[in-house]
Design a protein around this ligand. Structure first.
Ligand code: ZN
Length: 356
């Protein structure tokens, strides 16, 4: 009895510590009363402009499509129009072979995510406005890279991506008067995840929903095999307190979320979150099952990515079934509205740093 109480207490404490650490990494950021609360976020207060890559232009532009944004590529800040940036993000983040309505949904999600960084509500870990690292912000590829990737099919695919971005121009997702934190991922494995299960912050539009039709996607299921000694080495390198020796007794899933993803797992002498396990072993998701036999540790994974927000595979499955981009977005982002980001004269002023 005492042991069981103790074990529950340890689990509860482990959960709080892990949740707090996840919270520290989560990005929604608001500073005092000067933080933007609802559109238009056009107060050029120091809190909002700090961290923006202000790109100077001779004359402020007058449309969002022509607004220029600074994008950190890991070495330098690239200046480009918001429209060209969104074309590069959509091309990098979703296969061009996906249905046009899925690509349009992707473009709106990318635009919303980007504007949320520009307003200063989401922060890039690099300290810049936004970066090209998909683990931090959003992936991005240049037109030159698209040409290399697509070869003979460049014209057709580039045209399709541009159409997805241009036909949804200025469109963003809003919830209760605020820009949505438009998280998305490759494949949910059949059900998306509640935001708080991954980032320790609950958001009303990022709640778990069914994501049908993903089974045919190559991202749906994956398997990784380690020898026991490889597995022990990887785990002990990532978590020295684990002192992992015998996976068959030292690996114990303590807790799963309602969608089946691992939230707490004991690895030898330590307890880590599913996300920490995923990072340590480069797994595609936290929805894992262990099969430990003989000298082999086999880990099967459902889905690819954190599982929060729109599943890109699921979006494509919906598009194939005839859903339009609005239906897709409203399925994955509960209760949102699509709106135009209208203050066209003001946004470029922020982006271009024309205030000074
Ligand atoms: Zn970033």
């Amino acid at each position: 009895m005492k042991n069981s109480m103790h074990s529950k207490l340890v689990r509860a404490l482990a959960f709080i510590v892990i949740a707090a650490s996840a919270l520290a990494h989560f990005i929604p950021h608001k500073e005092g009363s000067a933080a933007p609360k609802s559109l238009p976020y056009l107060d050029l207060s120091p809190n909002i402009t700090r961290g923006l890559d202000l790109i100077g232009t001779n004359e402020p532009k007058t449309a969002n499509a022509e607004a220029r944004i600074g994008v950190f590529d890991g070495e330098k800040v690239l200046a480009m129009t918001l429209r060209d940036y969104l074309v590069g993000v959509t091309a990098a983040e979703m296969p061009a072979g996906y249905g046009i309505e899925a690509l349009k949904a992707q473009a709106v999600a990318a635009r919303t995510f980007t504007l949320k960084h520009i307003t200063g509500e989401l922060r890039c870990k690099s300290g810049h406005t936004i970066c090209t690292d998909h683990r931090c912000c959003q992936a991005y590829i240049s037109v030159e890279r698209m040409k290399k990737n697509w070869g003979d099919r460049f014209e057709e695919r580039y045209g399709k991506i541009c159409k997805a971005v241009d036909s949804t121009e200025d469109m963003v997702m809003m919830s209760e008067g605020e820009l949505v934190t438009a998280l998305y991922h490759s494949s949910s494995g059949g059900r998306t995840e509640n935001c708080e299960a991954v980032f320790a912050v609950a958001l009303p539009y990022l709640v778990s929903v069914e994501s049908a039709g993903e089974e045919d996607s190559p991202e749906y299921r994956s398997t990784v095999c380690f020898t026991k000694s490889e597995f022990n080495e990887r785990i002990n390198a990532a978590f020295p307190d684990a002192e992992m020796k015998e996976p068959s007794t030292d690996v114990e899933v303590w807790q799963r979320t309602d969608s089946g993803r691992v939230s707490l797992i004991r690895l030898g002498g330590t307890v880590v979150s599913g996300q920490q396990l995923r990072n340590a072993l480069s797994l595609k998701s936290t929805n894992v099952e262990f099969d430990i036999e003989g000298d082999t540790v086999e880990i099967s994974c459902l889905g690819f990515g954190h599982g929060v927000g729109m599943s890109q595979c699921g979006a494509n499955a919906m598009a194939k079934e005839g859903a339009d981009f609005e239906t897709i977005l409203k399925h994955y982002y509960t209760g949102i509205e699509l709106e135009f980001f209208t203050p066209k004269n003001e946004l470029p002023r922020i982006l271009c740093g024309a205030a000074g």
